[in-house]
Design a protein around this ligand. Structure first.
Ligand code: ZN
Length: 399
């Protein structure tokens, strides 16, 4: 009996020792992992992955690119549409014939799409309609429930969305899209995507037609330009536009840019727009980094993890203020007159923009003063005290 007890005792001791060893080992593992984590530089989501500056590197504006290592053909500019589409001029009538033949487009959308192609031809006769006609051939417009639209668009308040991998537009079931409404500019925006981007995976080559550069960080620029292109087709003014802040910003920037309009979005790439801005502002390669910053601000607004100080975004505010003053300011203007322009700029830029963007409006005035003083060869401050009190009207109330 004693012997059995002894054996049991030893067995118990072994179990206890094994358990303690296991505990110690797992504790050691935990500490090691914690130490490894501490040694790893944690990526700060607030840090920008690029520098906003005028680069000495010349800006590349490719019209297409074909990778030597993959069978991917990217076409950015209508100048190279011949690489994929037959070399011909496609008219609105050609597009309408394709729309009529396509049974996957419900009647209401046949009418809307026909209006869309006519409006493009009227407003932008130079626009190359080949990508649009190509898509129209197999385009599907699917009327779905609110729930399915939410899944397709990943947005709770969507009225439609174009999925380019499917060449399909999801729309609200039983909904009628009528002019002068928010959802009307949404559906035309989705048509805009179908007119500007093609994705086709063929046996020997994958083709992508897009305004976006191959590197990431420009999505919201593409969206804003597409939004402006869509509402520019209307015969009425539509200030409520998708991607409101970025669309307001580009509305102003394009207005201040010579010889370029929203219709150029159909034929040209985002890099092409950047070059136009660089040329006018005497920069070498600055606009692309500014575009990335605009995109970063959009991500900041939509992300719980990102909250950058406003000063990070000053280059955007300074850029648009400079272009606005270059366009509307005169050298002989009084400081008060210049400040009134800044006021007007802010009213337009902030139209229907959420307060959560927390835009530091003071920077626009600070920059305007600095820029005006420099322009007159005067040291700061060159405005009179009354002029720099920056008393502002409240921005137009959001609708
Ligand atoms: Zn869009």
């Amino acid at each position: 009996m004693k012997k059995i007890l002894k054996i049991l005792g030893i067995a118990l001791l072994i179990v206890v020792l094994l358990f303690a060893a296991l505990l110690g080992w797992s504790e050691h593992q935990r500490k090691t992992r914690a130490a490894e984590r501490a040694a790893e530089p944690t990526k700060d989501p607030n840090e920008l992955s690029f520098v906003v500056e005028d680069s000495a590197e010349p800006l590349e504006v490719p019209t297409s690119s074909q990778s030597r290592y993959s069978d991917l053909l990217l076409i950015f500019d209508a100048a190279d549409y011949d690489l994929f589409f037959p070399p011909e001029h496609v008219t609105a009538a050609d597009c309408k014939a394709v729309i009529q033949k396509n049974d996957a487009i419900p009647a209401q959308y046949k009418t809307l799409l026909s209006w869309f192609v006519d409006a493009i031809e009227t407003h932008y006769p130079e626009a190359d309609l080949r990508p649009l006609r190509y898509n129209l051939d197999t385009l599907e417009i699917l009327e779905v429930s609110d729930r399915d639209l939410l899944f397709a668009s990943l947005s709770a308040d969507a009225y439609g969305c174009y999925i380019r991998t499917e060449n399909r537009i999801y729309v609200k079931e039983g909904y009628e899209y009528v002019p002068h409404t928010w959802d009307y500019q949404v559906i035309i925006h989705e048509f805009g995507h179908a007119a500007r981007m093609v994705q086709r995976d063929l046996d020997d080559v994958k083709v992508r037609v897009q305004a976006l550069p191959p590197e990431s960080g420009f999505t919201v620029i593409d969206e804003a330009l597409n939004s402006l292109f869509a509402v520019s087709l209307f015969d009425y003014e539509e200030p409520d536009v998708a991607y409101q802040l970025q669309s307001n910003l580009f509305q102003i920037l394009l207005e201040c840019l010579d010889g370029v309009d929203a219709g150029d979005y159909l034929n040209h790439s985002i890099a092409w727009f950047a070059r136009a801005f660089d040329r006018q502002n005497g920069d070498n390669n600055y606009a692309m980094s500014l575009f990335k910053l605009i995109n970063a601000q959009y991500d900041d607004y939509h992300s719980e993890e990102i909250h950058r100080p406003q000063s990070v975004y000053y280059p955007i505010y300074d850029y648009v203020t400079k272009m606005y003053l270059d366009r509307y300011g005169r050298p002989d203007m009084t400081p008060e007159e210049k400040l009134a322009h800044v006021q007007e700029l802010l009213d337009r830029l902030l139209f229907d923009v959420s307060d959560e963007y927390e835009i530091d409006t003071e920077e626009f005035f600070r920059f305007a003063e600095q820029y005006s003083c420099q322009g007159r060869g005067m040291p700061l401050p060159c405005f009179t005290t009354s002029a720099v009190s920056y008393s502002r009207r409240a921005a137009r109330a959001p609708i």
